[in-house]
Design a protein around this ligand. Structure first.
Ligand SMILES: *Cc1c(COP(=O)(O)O)cnc(C)c1O
Length: 421
């Protein structure tokens, strides 16, 4: 099936007289006929449902759909994108381990990796995504367990050379984890280029309507966890009466461990109602992505012509350093997010933003409504000047998330706000 069809039909297949739309199963728990039935499900939780802290039919329908969209074997939803980032790494790393991450990633992820996970004894080694293979090879250590990166970095809009990173990760016997939030599987499916795990903040385009916060982890099912680097997958799990994930679940070892061990213990599972809302967004995702890309391209070209604008960063523009790479990895468009730098630095950026009428000033991105953000004073506020430079952020930089209003209205608003600078 093509992705438009998958978005509508994957994950839920009603039988005779069942509801056409995926039902909201608002129940914490599930009934069993006997004590033996309960015991059996505790022996192998994949057989049936136990408790909505880690599994729920509404959420699972959405998980199945997203796994299909990304070309993965299975998926697990989380209550936020942050939870997905955290669990994707914590499923592989314990105290004393390290992992690599490109430095041009979402500010919240930088905090999580550089500050919070450090307190857990897990070290994140930040690398420059554009460094040579030789340099990147040097960053790996014997205790390195994963490589983490973003397809289209938020907000630097750097397009990743996915194949280069997949190759380096695999040479070192570790999986490549990609945050594919901005492109969504409509514009890029990283597994096709060698990624092993794909994560998302579903809060962004996937939902698209700004009605739920959520995340998801998708397992490609392709990584070999028995290569000697991942004893937690190949040795008995004490917390599951000696179960061995690779033996019990084979290709599904990663995602089953994430659910049975980590989701059981952390409980950051979305509510059924949130998954229902996310599903509504997913149904129209391909139509929306197409229009976001078209509107953003028009706005980017307009900004490029303005004498109030110093530079425009949108990988779809022919002068962009990532233009060629975007043609390979994002052939159908580069999403609706543009970043640009106005002349006059931070104060001019603030004046522009406060002059907008239609576009809202929100700490959000990838919404159906056009919105703007000043990264240096919001999402990336906690970063040091050096980290800001590493993340590709300047004081006069504005992140414009182009929505689905009529393009004439969006251009009119941007134009009048530029005149106020
Ligand atoms: C927003 C975002 C996150 C964090 O997701 P939340 O749903 O806000 O927790 C992670 N990665 C990227 C690329 C994001 O844009």
């Amino acid at each position: 099936m093509k992705i438009e069809t998958q978005c509508l039909h994957e994950g839920y297949h009603p039988k005779n007289t069942e509801p056409r739309v995926v039902p909201i199963v608002q129940s914490t728990t599930y009934v069993y006929d006997s004590t033996d039935d309960v015991a059996a499900v505790f022996d192998d939780p994949s057989k049936s449902l136990i408790y909505s802290r880690f599994e729920n039919p509404t959420v699972m329908a959405v998980e199945e759909k997203i796994a299909a969209l990304e070309g993965g074997i299975a998926a697990m939803c989380t209550s936020s994108g942050q939870a997905a980032s955290f669990l994707s790494i914590f499923n592989l790393c314990s105290a004393g381990d390290s992992f690599l991450s490109t430095s041009t990633i979402y500010g919240g992820t930088v905090n999580l990796f550089a500050v919070t996970m450090k307190k857990m004894g897990i070290e994140c080694i930040f690398v420059d995504a554009e460094a040579s293979e030789e340099e990147l090879r040097k960053a790996f250590r014997p205790n390195t367990k994963a490589v983490f990166t973003e397809t289209l970095a938020n907000p630097a809009l750097a397009v990743l050379d996915i194949e280069k990173f997949a190759k380096l990760a695999h040479e070192n016997g570790v999986p490549l984890i990609i945050d594919n939030t901005f492109p969504t599987p409509v514009l890029c499916r990283p597994i096709e280029y060698g990624a092993d795990i794909v994560i998302h903040s579903t809060t962004k385009y996937m939902d698209g309507h700004a009605v739920q916060v959520g995340g998801v982890i998708v397992d490609s099912g392709r990584f070999d966890w028995t290569n000697g680097k991942f004893p937690d997958f190949t040795e008995p799990d004490e917390s599951y009466h000696g179960l061995i994930y690779t033996e019990q679940y084979g290709k599904m070892a990663y995602i089953m461990k994430a659910r049975m061990q980590l989701m059981r213990d952390f409980g950051c599972y979305p509510a059924a109602n949130s998954a229902f809302l996310l599903n509504l967004g997913l149904e129209t995702l391909p139509v929306r992505m197409k229009q976001y890309c078209e509107n953003a391209m028009t706005v980017a070209r307009f900004l490029e012509q303005s004498d109030k604008v110093e530079s425009v960063n949108y990988p779809g523009l022919s002068g962009n350093p990532y233009y060629e790479r975007a043609k390979k990895y994002l052939p159908d468009g580069c999403s609706g997010v543009i970043s640009f730098v106005v002349k006059g630095g931070r104060s001019a950026a603030v004046r522009f933003m406060d002059s907008l009428n239609l576009a809202s000033n929100v700490v959000h991105v990838a919404d159906i409504r056009t919105c703007v953000l000043h990264p240096a004073s919001a999402t990336h506020r906690q970063l040091t000047d050096e980290q800001l430079v590493a993340a590709g952020i300047e004081g006069g930089m504005i992140r414009l998330s182009v929505g689905l209003e009529h393009i004439d209205d969006i251009l009119e608003d941007v134009k009048q706000a530029l005149e106020q600078i």
